[in-house]
Design a protein around this ligand. Structure first.
Ligand SMILES: [Zn+2]
Length: 463
């Protein structure tokens, strides 16, 4: 009996590792397919994918099979991927990257590398980076195995078919995805295989990846809230899975759950000993009058935004609430917003300025025009002068790339943050893109300071 089990184990091991040759394994290639679909998950029409003798067969109603296994936690940024593919006559398929699990339809997120040798309804042939760089010449034939080799590094994508380069594409800066495909932007994500239609039969095997180093320092999401049903346990699990440390913040201020030192104390108690940073989000401009510096100083850091203030006509303004926003003259409104922001940076003891440059929905479309270079520089200079880090916000994708470029040049420090409304914690994709785009280094980032050296301590000593 024991022998049988050992034999079975050896068999499974050799079947699994046999997919990556000894040489490839030395070069860092890892197999994503062990002969079963255990690490893969299909959305609609699961029956369209079957496994036959170490080969994934795609045939049936439209379906996509996503890699959800342990390699890199199924989040790939820069990588090389090789897949051996074979088609039957008239078949269509595809290999997606930087995508995410989606139950129905064609995947929205990421890019498709085409599989099509003789599916003549679509002129985009095997090796096309679908819609971004189309190949119209035939690059492979039916009924023979060929290898699709996809290399993604930074903003460049290279696709080779049987070692012959057919696509060499570089993403625009900033990216300009086709209007119908707004999520075709280089980011990070998993892989998916396509089952296109019942008339198509495509075989996939030897799926192997070589992750390439991208960001060589640990990332921290400093702006996570336990709200919208997200529990501490779930947040800890997500943090571990992604290899991203979290800073979990309580909203503190007038009209929020925590309005006094007792509330701060309870929150600190709740997160004590957990492997997260404990943060205070200061809300509204009256927050300093509600809490004592001694209790504020116990938080790893304090952050605030410039989304709540009293406008020049004395009205309480919260920029995300339509009824409270009175824009009037846009230029005057912007000048006021810049003045309020600089005032916060100058006068309030905060470590990070979050949701930076946020504009109310009414004028959000005009962001690039309204945030002139001069306005951006006023905010950047105030942040640098007061040693306040600037958040790169994943949820709103702010500040703009241009702002980040200027801020980096001015020597600002950055901090990454999501500001989630619930369980919508992504993988800091906008942030990663900005890090890559501007080659931000670990030294460009904020680090929580030890007790006695925090913004609140500096503020106390100034008084
Ligand atoms: Zn927040």
């Amino acid at each position: 009996m024991k022998m049988k089990i050992i034999f079975l184990c050896l068999f499974i091991l050799s079947a699994g590792s046999g997919l990556v040759s000894g040489n490839e394994s030395k070069q860092g290639w890892i197999s994503l397919f062990d002969g079963t679909l255990n690490d893969w998950k299909a959305g609609e029409n699961k029956a369209s994918f079957t496994v036959d003798d170490g080969v994934i067969v795609a045939n049936g109603q439209r379906s996509h099979l996503f890699y959800v296994g342990p390699v890199e936690n199924a989040i790939f940024t820069d990588f090389e991927l090789k897949v051996d593919v074979m088609t039957k006559s008239g078949s269509n398929g595809g290999i997606y990257f930087h995508t995410e699990f989606q139950q129905n339809n064609w995947p929205d997120k990421g890019f498709e590398v085409q599989v099509n040798n003789t599916y003549n309804r679509d002129p985009k042939k095997t090796g096309s980076l679908y819609m971004m760089s189309n190949v119209t010449k035939k690059t492979a034939g039916d009924d023979v195995w060929f290898t699709e080799h996809i290399i993604v590094k930074g903003k460049r994508v290279i696709i080779k078919i049987d070692d012959k380069k057919v696509v060499d594409w570089t993403e625009d800066d900033p990216p300009r995805p086709p209007s119908r495909f707004s999520k075709r932007v280089l980011s990070s994500g998993t892989f998916a295989l396509q089952g296109h239609d019942p008339g198509s039969t495509v075989y996939y095997k030897n799926i192997r990846v070589r992750p390439l180093p991208v960001i060589d320092f640990p990332l921290v999401d400093y702006h996570v809230h336990l709200k919208g049903g997200l529990t501490l346990e779930e947040a800890l699990r997500m943090s571990k899975k992604r290899g991203v440390k979290f800073g979990i913040a309580q909203n503190c201020g007038l009209g929020f759950n925590v309005t006094d030192d007792n509330g701060l104390k309870d929150y600190l108690e709740k997160l004590k000993g957990k492997s997260v940073y404990v943060a205070m989000q200061a809300e509204g401009r009256e927050w300093l009058g509600l809490f004592s510096p001694e209790w504020i100083a116990k938080f790893d850091y304090v952050f605030s935004d410039a989304m709540t203030f009293t406008d020049d006509s004395g009205r309480r303004t919260r920029l995300w609430i339509k009824e409270e926003v009175n824009i009037g003259d846009k230029q005057q409104f912007m000048d006021m917003l810049v003045r309020k922001t600089v005032g916060i940076l100058n006068n309030e003891p905060i470590d990070i300025y979050v949701n930076p440059t946020f504009l109310p929905a009414e004028i959000a479309d005009e962001y690039d025009d309204l945030w002139t270079r001069q306005r951006m520089m006023k905010v950047i200079e105030a942040a640098v002068r007061n040693d306040v880090a600037i958040e790169i916000n994943a949820r709103y994708k702010i500040p703009s790339a241009e702002f980040i470029k200027l801020a980096k040049k001015a020597g600002a420090k950055f901090a990454l943050g999501t500001n989630n409304g619930g369980k919508d914690l992504g993988n800091l994709e906008y942030c990663r893109r900005m890090i890559r785009q501007y080659r931000l280094k670990e030294s460009d980032f904020f680090k929580p300071r030890p007790p006695g050296k925090r913004a609140i301590d500096r503020w106390k000593s100034r008084r």
